[in-house]
Design a protein around this ligand. Structure first.
Ligand SMILES: O=c1[nH]c(=O)c2[nH]c(=O)[nH]c2[nH]1
Length: 310
C-alpha cells in the first residue's frame, strides 16, 4: 500500500516510517503481585501528503521517523493497564492518523517476543520469565476515515508428529523417485495470519486482552487439528490436506475471523538406508532419519469466507 500523488506528468507512490522500534513494557500493578512484561518490535509506515519533500526538498509536511520512534515509547508509557499487541497497534495508528492532517493512512506491524512466565517447583513465578519459541504478530492498517484492516498471526510455530502421515497417489513420471508411503514423519514450521472482520475502528471489541485470548485460542485450534487426539492422532494424507483442515477449523471456530493464511513448509525427514559392496549396513525400519530443512516443500494457502475479501 502506497500514497499516490502526481506532479509534472509523473505519478509518485511513497510511504515512510520507522522499522523495528524495540520496546518493552512492564506492568507491576496486578492485584496478585505478578509482573507482566511484553517485548515488541514495532514497524510504522505512514501514507501522507508530503510530495514537496520529494520534489523540492521541502520537509514542512514530514513527520520525522525519529518522532514516530519516540511516539512508540510515549504511548507504551501511557498504557497504564496491560494491552494486547493488537490494541497497541491500533492505538498508535489512531494517533498518527488523527494528530497529523497530512497523514491519510497508518500501517503498523508488531512482532511480540515470546517471554513466558517460568514455574519453579510447580509454582508460577511472580517476575521470572524465559524465552519461548513462536511469535505473535499483528498488522493494523488504519485510514483517516476510521476504515480498518486488522490481521494477527503466528510465526515460527514448529510442530512434528512421528506417525499418522503419508503421501501417495501423486503424479508419477520418468523423473519421479519418491515411493508412495503411509508412514512418515510430518514436520513443519507454521506461519499463520488471520484477518479479523472488524472493518472500522468503532467496531473493535473493547474487552481487555480480547485479542490476546483470540491468539491463544487460534494457536490451540491450529495445533490440536495438526496433531489429532492424544492417543489415536489423525491420519494426514498430505500437508495440503492437513493445512486445509487447520484453516477450516479456525474459520468454523471463530466467527470474527474472515480469512486465514497458512504457510507450512514440509521439513523432510529422510529415511536412512546405507549399504556398501558387501551388503546392507543400515536398513530403514521407520527408525533412523536425516532431518533436513533444505530443500523443503513449500505449501501455502489462504482460506476465506465466501463473502469476505482478503
Ligand atoms: O504432503 C506432501 N505434499 C506434497 O505436495 C509433497 N510433495 C512431495 O514430494 N512430498 C509431499 N508431501
Amino acid at each position: 500500500m502506497m500514497g499516490k500523488q502526481t506532479e509534472g506528468g509523473f505519478k509518485l507512490e511513497q510511504r515512510h516510517g520507522k522499522a523495528r522500534v524495540r520496546v518493552a513494557r512492564v506492568w507491576r500493578n496486578k492485584p496478585d503481585g505478578r509482573h507482566v512484561i511484553v517485548e515488541w518490535s514495532v514497524s510504522i509506515s505512514l501514507l501522507s501528503d508530503c510530495l514537496t519533500a520529494y520534489t523540492r526538498g521541502d520537509n514542512s509536511d514530514i513527520v520525522a521517523t525519529d518522532t514516530m520512534k519516540n511516539t512508540v515509547y510515549a504511548k507504551a508509557k501511557e498504557c497504564v493497564e496491560q494491552v494486547s499487541v493488537e490494541d497497541f497497534a491500533v492505538l498508535l495508528a489512531k494517533h498518527f492518523t488523527s494528530l497529523y492532517q497530512q497523514v491519510t493512512c497508518a500501517i503498523v506491524n508488531i512482532v511480540e517476543k515470546p517471554w513466558e512466565r517460568v514455574s519453579v517447583d510447580g509454582e508460577t513465578h511472580e517476575h521470572g520469565f524465559k524465552l519461548g519459541s513462536e511469535r505473535h504478530t499483528t498488522e493494523v492498517i488504519l485510514e483517516k476515515s476510521g476504515a480498518l484492516r486488522m490481521t494477527s498471526g503466528i510465526e515460527g510455530l514448529a510442530v512434528l508428529k512421528t506417525t499418522k502421515s503419508g503421501f501417495e497417489g501423486f503424479i508419477r513420471d520418468k523423473y519421479t523417485a519418491l515411493p508412495d508411503t503411509r508412514e512418515r514423519i510430518l514436520a513443519t514450521e507454521i506461519t499463520a495470519s488471520w484477518r479479523y472482520l472488524y472493518e472500522s475502528i468503532f467496531s473493535i471489541p473493547q474487552k481487555p486482552l480480547y485479542f490476546t485470548e483470540r491468539y491463544l485460542n487460534v494457536k490451540k485450534v491450529l495445533t490440536d487439528t495438526f496433531y489429532g487426539p492424544p492417543k489415536e492422532g489423525i491420519y494426514s494424507p498430505s500437508v495440503q490436506s492437513t493445512l486445509y483442515d487447520m484453516a477450516k477449523t479456525v474459520l468454523k471456530s471463530f466467527p470474527d475471523i474472515a480469512a486465514v493464511q497458512l504457510k507450512m513448509p514440509n521439513l523432510h525427514f529422510l529415511p536412512v538406508n546405507l549399504s556398501n559392496k558387501d551388503g546392507t549396513i543400515v536398513k530403514f525400519e521407520d527408525d533412523v532419519y536425516v532431518p533436513t530443512d533444505e530443500p523443503h516443500g513449500s505449501i501455502q494457502a489462504t482460506l476465506s469466507r465466501l463473502w469476505s475479501k482478503m
